[in-house]
Ligand binder design. Structure first.
Ligand SMILES: [Zn+2]
Length: 311
């Protein structure tokens, strides 16, 4: 079997355009200017760039890159497809330095590319976690230092106040995770987030931390394991644990520490999105590397406007 990386769309820009067009225009070629479907023709000629079409309705030219994370990028589309594949298939992520060396592009381009790909990793439209009375694990973890928080007095450097805090939920039935950066772990901060993401009929599992003390008032059931006493799985109920989410955190931390070597507080939400995306499109849910890269490609549309700088 040939290496998957030997496919033409990774090496040839014309093939890359065809590959992307076949996927983003699966329901017909779409003019991004006026929205007309199926009324355009390919412009040909020596000076014409790859994949330029002219809309017969509004008479404007367009390519499949318009309105996507690829728009106004000078990087060849086949290199974008390589980047997408590498980011989608690397379980712990891939650094901008590595992309820069592997793809032969500048570090700056690699950095912008990877952040745009992360933008395409944003997923929405999940049903509430625990819908229909399912089980949801909730836990938090700390990663790196949040330099926007000033350490105070003698406690400087101790405790968790100065760390970045990540809150994650896992729905055991769907196998999906949702994570977010939170400012603090107070009940008043976390409760509205949990209420917005978890169905009232859910069974919610946490550890014994005080901020989760009153969850029973918002959800059908709240149970906890007492990590402080060395209890990770309840002896009376083997389904009572937060080990699924601990597994998620272990991949996240190995990636953040080993590959990304931490990152600033202001970009952390993008990395969280990246680890959620790979987790939610993982092999155990029937999604292999190629399928994950394809889903990511389908998600590049409408994600461009977040970035003003181009690479
Ligand atoms: Zn048009």
């Amino acid at each position: 079997m040939a290496s998957f990386l030997s496919a033409p769309h990774f090496h040839n820009e014309a093939a890359a355009f065809e590959y992307v067009e076949a996927r983003l225009w699966a329901n017909g070629r779409y003019c991004p200017h006026c929205g007309t479907v199926g009324e355009s023709g390919k412009l040909s000629g020596k000076s014409t760039r790859h994949g330029v079409y002219k809309c017969y309705a509004c008479r404007k030219p367009f390519t499949v890159k318009v309105g996507t994370i690829f728009e106004s990028s000078k990087i060849k589309l086949n290199l974008w497809l390589q980047a997408i594949y590498l980011i989608a298939s690397s379980k712990k992520g891939i650094s901008s330095h590595q992309l820069h060396r592997t793809l032969g592009i500048t570090l700056k381009s690699a950095w912008f590319m990877s952040h745009r790909v992360r933008e395409a990793m944003k997923e929405g439209g999940f049903p509430l976690f625990g819908s229909g009375g399912g089980t949801v694990e909730v836990d938090e973890t700390f990663i790196g230092n949040d330099r926007t928080v000033k350490p105070k007095g003698e406690k400087k450097g101790r405790g968790y106040a100065h760390k970045n805090k990540i809150l994650s939920l896992v729905d055991r039935k769907t196998g999906k995770a949702k994570s977010m950066v939170v400012d603090n772990l107070k009940a008043a901060t976390l409760l509205p987030i949990l209420q917005a993401n978890i169905a009232p009929e859910a069974r919610v599992l946490t550890d014994e931390a005080g901020q989760y003390g009153k969850l029973g008032q918002s959800f059908a059931k709240h149970e906890f394991v007492t990590h402080g006493a060395g209890e990770y799985v309840s002896k009376t109920d083997r389904t009572l644990h937060t080990n699924t989410i601990e597994g998620y955190f272990s991949v996240f931390k190995r990636g953040m520490i080993g590959v990304y070597q931490h990152c600033g507080h202001n970009h952390l939400d993008r990395y969280v999105t990246e680890f959620d995306f790979r987790y939610n499109n993982r092999i155990r849910l029937g999604c292999d590397d190629q399928e994950r890269a394809n889903r990511l490609l389908l998600n590049v549309v409408g994600k461009r406007l977040t970035y003003r700088t181009t690479a």
